[in-house]
Design a protein around this ligand. Structure first.
Ligand code: SF4
Ligand code: MG
Length: 330
């Protein structure tokens, strides 16, 4: 296994109290595999990613428990300089907003080249050639002519390709993409997502794709982990989830995807708001919003039950007392 996150806990200490952002997340990613991590904002999906990348070790964020095994080593036991090496060369992250992640006063070629100069000890000339090669790789037209241009001279979609090129530069074993296409319009979104999926296959990398939009991951993900209130509530092979979700929250997310054949109809929205992380509801954290909630849901926190059912291809789990009924009614 490339990455194994086990029972991870993260807290944020604020003036108003302790926000429990991640509450026992367990997931894993293999080489060549794409895991989509799904949830509303505040579900803990980005915070988990930041903990994996090691960019959370600054107060007020604090990892209070768990293990992050990467290629067999627990990253939480590494010293900061060892950690930095892993972060630079073995795992990379792509963010939503390329414009604020790229340096506005450095040419794209200089930023890409920098990676090879710093990490591979290349000459400026060789690094520039590598930059052009990477820009070609992510299909930026006329790479040779554009390598000296600045980030603002590229469109949003092209800038996101440059971010992908930066992430790929050192051929990491794992890429974490946090809402990589959210800022783009729909057609460009699909192109960037396809490119990412293609390169991931070509380089045989593990990919964690963080998104709030179940609609964009259907074609590219192998498995999905759905998060709510800092926990995984359902995890399954992607096709099983689309066929029949085994958790009412996943059902709600599926029903909120706009569909072409339902144009004009009002879009379903899960009622209520995500919970306050300083006061997560007892029992099942989703119960105040769940159309299926019963008494037991208000008192007993559901474990991640193993789901058995038709169409199963790979391990599937749901943290719902009524997963059988949810699956049956899907
Ligand atoms: Fe809904 Fe209860 Fe299942 Fe939670 S455990 S998702 S409240 S039915
Ligand atoms: Mg986020």
């Amino acid at each position: 296994m490339l990455l194994d996150v086990r029972d991870l806990h993260v807290e944020f200490r604020t003036r108003d109290g302790v926000a429990k952002a991640v509450n026992g997340v367990t997931y894993s990613v293999d080489a060549g595999e794409t895991l989509a991590v799904l949830g509303e904002s505040g579900s803990g999906k980005s915070v988990t990613a930041q903990a994996i990348m090691g960019i959370l070790d600054i107060p007020p964020g604090r990892i209070t428990g768990g293990e992050i095994l990467f290629q067999g080593r627990d990253l939480l036991q590494l010293k900061e300089d060892e950690r930095r090496k892993v972060r630079g060369a073995e795992m990379a992250m792509i963010f939503q907003d390329a414009l604020s992640s790229l340096n506005p006063v450095l040419s794209v070629g200089d930023q890409l080249g920098e990676m090879f100069i710093v990490h591979r000890g290349m000459s400026r000339k060789d690094a520039r050639a590598k930059a052009v090669e990477l820009m070609d790789r992510v299909r930026i037209p006329a790479a040779k002519e554009r390598v000296g241009q600045y980030p603002h001279q590229f469109s949003g979609g092209m800038r996101q390709r440059i971010m992908i090129a930066m992430a790929l530069a050192l051929e990491p074993a794992l890429i974490i993409a946090d809402e990589p296409t959210t800022a783009l319009d729909v057609t460009v979104q699909a192109q960037v997502m396809d490119l990412l999926a293609e390169l991931q296959q070509e380089y045989h990398m593990g990919l964690i794709l963080i998104t709030h939009d179940l609609g964009v991951v259907a074609d590219v993900a192998d498995r999905i982990a759905v998060m709510y209130a800092g926990r995984i509530v359902e995890t399954a092979p992607v096709h099983d989830i689309y066929k029949a979700p085994a958790h009412p929250y996943t059902r709600g997310l599926l029903d909120s995807i706009p569909r072409l054949d339902q144009k004009g109809q009002e879009l379903y929205a899960i009622k209520g708001l995500p919970p306050n992380l300083m006061a997560i509801p007892p029992g099942c954290a989703f119960h105040p919003r769940c159309p299926r909630a019963q008494d037991i849901c208000r008192t007993d926190e559901p474990p991640l039950f193993r789901v058995e059912g038709p169409g199963e291809d790979g391990e599937r789990r749901s943290a719902c007392h009524f997963w059988r009924e949810t699956l049956r009614d899907a």
